[in-house]
Design a binder for this molecule. Structure first.
Ligand code: FES
Length: 210
């Protein structure tokens, strides 16, 4: 029998099969495209250990004999040197050490008067906390100059890579070197056992210019 389009039954059935096959093929192709897209989609999965310091986090030693132990304000040596720390989620005790930008440095003044008024309100028991990531090229600020020539007794933070100097008693402002901006400050407070607790996230962006 010939259809209105002038096709025989055999031609019509072949066309139907062809269309069905194309449909199935497109369906499969669509499914595999979706699978590929799912594979290509960036997996933004931030774990507890990647996250920067969060409100309520405790601080633990990043290195040395007491590594991973909680730091109390009284543990930070008065007048320097600095102490390097990681934030730790107190609920599941995850140390947030999966991201190098999470390293924090701590300094303790001998007197509150060492700090400027602007900085003092972010400190706890004379301890100030900063991001240790240098704002120049992201090295870890880990050196301490106790008494630079000129006689200031308070000491300074120094980046070992290109010798940027930061003033920890004045918002970690840049004293010298190529760093373009201060180290971000992390507001802290005291916990019930005198331990250092993160009061809020960093006040400025952690990172470097590169
Ligand atoms: S990376 Fe710190 S001064 Fe260059």
């Amino acid at each position: 029998m010939v259809s209105a389009r002038g096709e025989s039954d055999e031609q019509r059935s072949r066309r139907t099969l062809l269309l069905a096959g194309m449909g199935a093929g497109l369906g499969l192709a669509g499914a595999s495209l979706l699978a590929v897209a799912a594979e290509l989609k960036p997996r933004v999965k931030i774990s507890f250990a990647d996250k920067p310091a969060q409100q309520g986090d405790r601080l633990v030693y990043a290195q040395g004999a007491h590594q991973r132990q909680i730091i109390a304000a009284a543990d930070v040596p008065t007048g320097g040197p600095l102490v390097l720390a990681w934030p730790m989620d107190p609920k599941n005790e995850t140390i947030r050490n999966a991201n190098p930008h999470n390293v924090i440095l701590l300094v303790r003044a001998a007197a509150d008067s060492w700090f400027t008024d602007a900085e003092r309100k972010h400190t706890a028991a004379r301890v100030a906390a900063y991001a240790a990531t240098c704002t120049h090229l992201c090295c870890t600020v880990s050196d301490w100059v106790p008494r630079p020539q000129g006689g200031d007794p308070h000491g300074y933070l120094v980046c070992p890579c290109h010798r940027s100097h930061f003033d920890p008693w004045d918002g970690a402002r840049v004293l010298s070197g190529p760093a373009p901006r201060p180290l971000p400050i992390l507001p802290i407070e005291l916990g019930p056992k005198g331990e250092l607790v993160v009061r809020s996230g960093f006040l400025t962006t952690v990172g470097c210019q590169a």
